[in-house]
Design a protein around this ligand. Structure first.
Ligand code: NAD
Length: 470
């Protein structure tokens, strides 16, 4: 498949260090006005007055973005209002109190959420996010997105998501462990290998999954298949850590010929340099592509002659702020990143970062969405008008849940596949997903995003109606 970078080189280090480190840290101050919980029309407040600094994320909620695309697909599929109403709301939404005594001696009360959107195609599946801005609206949107995503790549799951409004960067590892265990104690009855299987997302990692698995095991007996994204030492799957980034690169390589691009000669920009971004950057570089810009929550850097993605990943892994990278790159303003000229722009940070106020500054030929809901509908329109090919989140970042599925299958059989086997099977599923969505887009003469939603929604509707749910 040509994916030369494997986790081999890092596996031993990573297995130990993941266990010792806290999760990669989403930072404060990243968001300007963040996703709200209101339900106004798309992009209503992405427009700023001249005096205000440009926002780095639009004030449109993740839920509004997902709802917009569901509505577009529902109309094309001619779903009746009563059926659409079933998918417009979640099957179950749970909010729990997560009270934990921290090192300052005081009780701190966080809010934890688990939303199960739809389970027609199998057990609920979706990540758990630890981030100070987590709220029900965001978790609800991401749960629905998982329902369509698992259907688009055709793996036997429903959609769910969870989260806690906590900043993991501000907690000691023991405090983070207490938060994770307390959350599991509150939601364990909703979970289980045949019910709902959490995984890592922003602010959580293999160590957090290990604590969640252990806590679940105390309550129900040892059950490795209750969460995915676990450390290799605890029945995690080879290839899981890199899977989302690898899937992004696999679909990028399928999409490149559509715009006459050879990835080996391509330039790219990476927005967000955590798990997804750092892996995608290294794997693209392995294929010969050149990274000309990168950003994390603290800053951005650029060099039109190339930034070494592997060296930058190492720098970030050792805790260095991305902007302090002493390779040959200059620091740029975070909002200038989207304007860098490149062939491929990869959003791999948070939702709503490509919006009505910055989309027309973009100078890329293709966007491959590593992040969830990074592009608002207004930005989508602007970019479509500019003939930018967008490979949407529901397809492009599905690699993580696909290898989570492999991990679950391996756990249920207590059998381990090799990393090559995992990567090869992942490539097959991602290529098939890409082809099916691209075909639908051609048939309908639409961009890939509405086509992807249609493919996913159709499969869920069929499963739900065959079961007799609708
Ligand atoms: P992570 O916490 O490892 O990394 C997030 C990165 O985004 C960090 O580098 C952070 O500094 C950066 N960031 C935050 N705010 C930013 C800002 N304002 N500007 C620039 N960078 C900013 O998280 P991750 O697991 O890599 O997830 C990234 C995205 O990919 C999220 O949208 C997540 O939902 C999505 N995703 C992740 C997975 C997975 O398997 N981890 C799977 C599917 C989708």
């Amino acid at each position: 498949m040509g994916d030369e970078v494997t986790e081999e080189a890092q596996r031993e280090e990573a297995a130990e260090e993941e266990a010792a480190d806290g999760p990669s840290v989403p930072q404060e101050g990243d968001a300007g006005p963040h996703s709200g919980t209101g339900h106004g029309p798309p992009d209503k407040s992405a427009r700023q007055t001249e005096e205000e600094p440009a926002p780095r994320r639009a004030e449109i909620s993740n839920y509004e973005i997902v709802e917009h695309w569901f509505q577009v697909a529902a109309e094309r599929l001619e779903l009746t209002d009563d059926v659409a109403a079933v998918f417009r709301s979640s099957y179950r939404e749970v909010q729990v109190q997560v009270p934990v005594r921290l090192g300052d001696g005081k009780m701190h009360v966080f809010s934890g959420y688990r939303v199960q959107h739809n389970g027609a195609r199998g057990p609920y599946k979706g990540g758990i996010r630890f981030h100070p801005e987590v709220d029900l609206d965001e978790v609800r949107a991401l749960a629905e997105l998982m329902t369509w995503k698992t259907a688009i790549v055709n793996i036997p799951y429903g959609g769910a998501k969870g989260g806690i409004n906590v900043d993991p960067g501000k907690l000691e590892p023991s405090e983070l462990e207490a938060v994770a265990r307390c959350f599991m104690d509150k939601i364990d009855k909703l979970l289980g290998p045949q019910r709902d299987i959490p995984a890592p997302d922003v602010g959580t990692n293999a160590q957090v999954m290990a604590w969640l698995m252990d806590e679940y095991g105390k309550l129900h007996g040892h059950t490795p298949a209750c969460v995915t994204g676990k450390p290799i030492a605890l029945e995690g799957s080879f290839g899981r850590e890199a899977a989302t980034g690898r899937g992004v690169v696999q679909v990028a390589s399928e999409a490149a010929p559509e715009i006459g691009l050879d990835l080996a000669d391509a330039t790219f920009v990476m927005q967000g340099f955590g798990n997804v971004g750092a892996w995608a950057a290294r794997l693209l570089q392995e294929r010969g592509a050149t990274m000309v810009g990168a950003a994390d929550a603290d800053g951005a850097i650029a060099n039109e002659n190339g930034i070494d993605a592997a060296a930058l990943a190492e720098h970030v892994r050792e805790g260095g702020p991305l902007a302090d990278f002493d390779g040959d790159a200059e620091a740029i303003g975070p909002d200038d990143l989207v304007g860098l000229e490149c062939d491929v722009f990869i959003p791999a940070a948070l939702g709503g970062m490509i919006h009505g106020d910055n989309a027309d500054r973009m100078r890329c030929r293709m966007i491959v969405e590593g992040a969830n809901t990074p592009t608002t509908p207004t930005a989508d329109e602007i970019l479509n008008d500019k003939d930018v090919l967008i490979v949407p989140d529901v397809l492009a970042n599905a690699g993580g849940v696909v290898v989570s599925y492999f991990e679950w299958v391996q756990n249920l059989q207590h059998f381990r596949w090799s990393e090559d086997e995992v990567n090869e099977k992942l490539g097959r599923i991602m290529r098939r997903g890409f082809q099916e969505v691209a075909e639908r887009a051609k048939e309908n003469d639409t961009p890939m995003r509405p086509a992807a939603y249609e493919v996913g929604i159709e499969r869920v509707v069929e499963a739900a109606s065959t079961r007799g749910y609708i």
